[in-house]
Write a protein that binds this ligand. Structure first.
Ligand code: GLN
Length: 481
């Protein structure tokens, strides 16, 4: 970890208000850190100093005038490169969008900037967020700050790594099947997948529209909560964003956790779970029990089918969403003798192997004759998985599981075997299919020093309960290695 990796949102605020540092100087400090570390981590793809310093100077001017500062004034953050940023290149980790500069900001970005954040740059990720290791980026893998020969997880690997390495105070990622929670777990930071519909997807470049969510990473639960408080809520530009009132999260999370019923599904602790990960998560649950939570054993019988259903639904939606990259309106164009030849060449040269695999899988699952056998059946499984969660939340307040079946693996270890890679998503895709909120929080380290994450799910639109438990875990000393 880089030295001085310990800026938090409240630390930034106190330092700015007491004039220990200006927002401009703070941004410069982060760019100096990035300068030092990014070459080995490959976590930032694009830096946006003009935008960052412009915003920092506005914050400094407000401080000089004695204005009340917005909630996140001067906080340096990073944004995953599938989220649109006006005037700042947004590649989606793909060659096909190598030179794409969006003409508008995603709503989440716009809201954060209105709340004062300083956007340092855009982070590396698996191409179009398809992957669990960041090895599918067209711009090379991200290296885990805890062990450079290991993956940071994916697809939001860059967003997790920059927070873990102290190259941003917080960041935005996206989670379709685990892409916030799993890299948070592998990098030893906290990452929240909000309820589907809680945060606007306007400006998020689509992978699988019924599953995609934007959410925050930070080093602690309060900072995750601060970002959520700003980005949550209805947006008229996204018809799937929900008009559900946003509670005062920062107040809610300080409520004591004594008496909360935590469901522990046996289906998440069986075959394939690394023993050290199991030990750590069990120890985490024991800590919660000592803090007054009640442990309730659960069965979630459709867990085993979730990976298969997820990879049908996600690829089906992806095959449709990615049809727009045809070389006509924006992005890469590779000329061809005919229009069809131009389409073909553009897509052949522009997409990497995993994206092509998924387009083929999804097209197959949606094709006539196979639609009922694959796509419809996967949708039925999705309903059953969602029902597992609904049943569980009749009996418990939250569900606690491991986030990933193993700690960070070596770069290259799984990349030749897509099925192995997909199976590692077993604990995260369930909640994605159900659309419920979930967080991954640090829960100690293995003997080799690799971070382990604990996952907490809550009912739809009950982020405050998930965050309350996570915050309670922190207060009870849950970070202990
Ligand atoms: N690892 C999963 C996948 O490859 C999740 C990706 C995501 O959440 N964007 O699809």
């Amino acid at each position: 970890m880089s030295s001085g990796a310990n800026w938090t949102i409240s630390g930034v605020r106190a330092a700015l208000q007491s004039k220990k540092i200006s927002a401009h100087e703070l941004a410069a400090e982060f760019y100096a850190r990035i300068d030092k570390r990014n070459a080995e981590l490959n976590a930032y793809l694009t830096l946006s100093p003009e935008r960052a310093y412009g915003q920092a100077d506005r914050v400094d001017a407000a401080i000089a005038c004695g204005d009340t500062l917005p909630a996140l004034a001067g906080v340096p953050i990073a944004v995953k490169d599938v989220i649109s940023t006006r005037g700042v290149r947004t590649t989606c980790g793909s060659k096909i969008l190598e030179n794409y500069v969006p003409p508008y900001d995603a709503t989440a970005v716009e809201r954060l900037e209105r709340a004062g954040v300083v956007i340092l740059g855009k982070t590396n990720c698996d191409e179009f967020a398809m992957g669990g290791s960041n090895e599918n980026s067209a711009y090379g893998p991200v290296h885990n700050p805890h062990a450079l020969d290991r993956v940071p997880g994916g697809s939001s690997g860059g967003s997790a790594a920059v927070v873990a390495a102290g190259l941003a105070v917080a960041s935005l990622g996206t989670d379709t099947g685990g892409s916030i929670r799993q890299p948070a777990s592998l990098c030893g930071v906290s990452g929240l997948m909000p309820t589907y519909g809680r945060v606007s997807r306007y400006g998020l470049i689509a992978f699988a529209s019924s599953l995609d969510k934007i959410g925050p990473f930070a080093t602690n639960v309060s900072d995750v909560t601060s970002l959520l408080s700003v980005i949550a809520g209805h947006d008229e530009n996204d018809s799937t964003s929900a008009a559900v009132p946003v509670p005062n999260y920062l107040e809610e999370i300080e409520k004591p956790i004594g008496g909360l019923r935590i469901g522990v599904p046996e289906d998440y602790f069986g075959e394939g779970l690394d023993l050290e990960v199991k030990e750590k998560v069990e120890a985490g649950i024991a800590l919660l029990e000592r803090a007054g939570c009640r442990r309730i054993p659960l069965k979630m019988p459709h867990t085993d089918y979730a990976v298969a259903a997820y990879y049908i639904i996600a690829t089906a939606e992806a095959s449709s969403n990615l049809a727009r990259y045809d070389g006509v309106r924006y992005g890469l164009r590779v000329p061809g003798a005919t229009l069809t030849e131009m389409y073909r060449q553009t897509r052949e040269k522009g997409f990497g192997p995993e994206v092509k695999r998924r387009i083929m899988l999804g097209t197959y699952a949606l094709s006539s004759g196979y639609y009922d056998a694959y796509y419809l059946r996967a949708q039925s499984v999705r309903t059953l998985v969602a029902r597992d969660f609904a049943d569980a939340f009749q009996k418990v307040d939250v569900i606690v599981t491991p986030t990933s079946p193993e700690p960070a693996f070596k770069i290259g270890e799984k990349s030749a075997d897509p099925l192995k890679m997909y199976l590692a998503d077993i604990y995260t895709v369930t909640g994605s299919l159900a659309g419920v909120p979930g967080i991954s929080i640090p829960c100690g380290k293995t003997r080799a020093g690799l971070p382990v994450g604990m996952q907490v799910f809550g009912p739809h639109f009950r982020e405050e309960r998930v965050l309350q438990l996570a915050r309670g875990f922190e207060k009870a000393g849950g970070f202990g290695d």
